[in-house]
Ligand binder design. Structure first.
Ligand SMILES: NC(=O)c1ccc[n+]([C@@H]2O[C@H](COP(=O)([O-])OP(=O)(O)OC[C@H]3O[C@@H](n4cnc5c(N)ncnc54)[C@H](OP(=O)(O)O)[C@@H]3O)[C@@H](O)[C@H]2O)c1
Length: 264
């Protein structure tokens, strides 16, 4: 049974990568600072797959906190990133509509929470989108050399060219891509770079998550050829996991390719 380690496995996309991996028979480990299971705004479907994932604590900035989990891994995924510097917007973006007033009160009126003790680094583009990823890639490479194996390393990057997307975000993603593609040894690391545009969860509706409403606006922009169509996290996860078993699959996967039907 192949082993996959998903960094950010309880996040919006990460949880669907874990789910797809379980469905395809992989042994799945998630690493996040909290080590918590994911939250589901819509309880529509039973989530039995959650019990099949090993939900572990670890911090990307501290390789000692996760290196032992990488031993014996066939696949590693980095699904962590920030679109805006600072953390508060994530809670707003992922909260159910009904709890938005409380989240806005907490973030805007009371001020942000005390820093998480695991939060060792400021939440800048360079730290989260670039440095955390290159550090993980180098650690994966070290482990692969040690175990004389090749490990696939997937980095969730982003599509360039959508209006309102900060240039600093894209630059930090491209800097990480460059390191992963050009500074890792192909004998030990097989890089996969995914560049989705806007994503939303297909199980969540209008009242569950503001992303549903935003996806409709993005879809309208797509009709005018301005931006790529919004993608469901389930679609992106399926595209990613379907490539893991193919030793030839490597390099950049564009937003257009991610939108295509998944080959089983
Ligand atoms: N959302 C979109 O529409 C979109 C579009 C294009 C590209 N992307 C990219 O897709 C990726 C995933 O995005 P997302 O929206 O799924 O993110 P998300 O929901 O914010 O999830 C991020 C995850 O990272 C974990 N995390 C944060 N800091 C960590 C650290 N230092 N060490 C270990 N784990 C850490 C978080 O869990 P803890 O807080 O428990 O640590 C969380 O599980 C990102 O790279 C993002 O830039 C997203």
């Amino acid at each position: 049974m192949s082993k996959i380690v998903v960094f950010g496995g309880n996040g919006l996309l990460g949880k669907r990568i874990c789910q797809e991996s379980v469905n395809r028979g992989l042994k799945v480990y998630s690493i996040t600072r909290s080590g918590k299971t994911p939250t589901f705004n819509s309880p529509a479907k039973p989530n039995e797959w959650v019990d099949k994932v090993n939900w572990l604590k670890g911090d990307l900035f501290d390789p000692h906190s996760y290196k032992s989990v990488l031993m014996g891994a066939d696949h590693v995924v980095h699904s962590v990133g920030i679109l805006f510097e600072g953390a508060g917007y994530k809670k707003l973006a992922n909260a159910p509509i009904t709890s938005l007033p409380g989240v806005i009160w907490d973030e805007v009126c009371k001020g942000p929470e005390q820093p998480n003790p695991f939060e060792t680094e400021p939440l800048t583009y360079h730290n989260v989108n670039t440095r955390a990823a290159t550090l993980l890639c180098d650690t994966v490479s070290e482990v692969a050399k040690h175990t004389k194996s090749t490990i696939s390393f997937s980095y969730i990057s982003a599509h360039n060219g959508s209006p309102l997307i900060p240039q600093g975000y894209i630059d930090s993603k491209r800097a990480a891509e460059h390191h992963i593609l050009h500074h890792s040894d192909p004998e030990y690391v097989r890089p996969l770079i995914l560049r989705p545009g806007f994503m939303y969860d297909q199980e969540e509706g209008l009242l569950d998550n503001p992303r549903y409403a935003i996806s409709n606006v993005v879809g309208l922009g797509n009709c005018f050829g301005m931006i790529p169509a919004p993608l469901t996290t389930q679609q992106v996860a399926a595209q990613l996991v379907s490539r893991l078993g193919d030793p030839q699959a490597c390099g950049v996967v564009s937003a257009d390719e991610l939108a295509k039907p998944v080959l089983v």
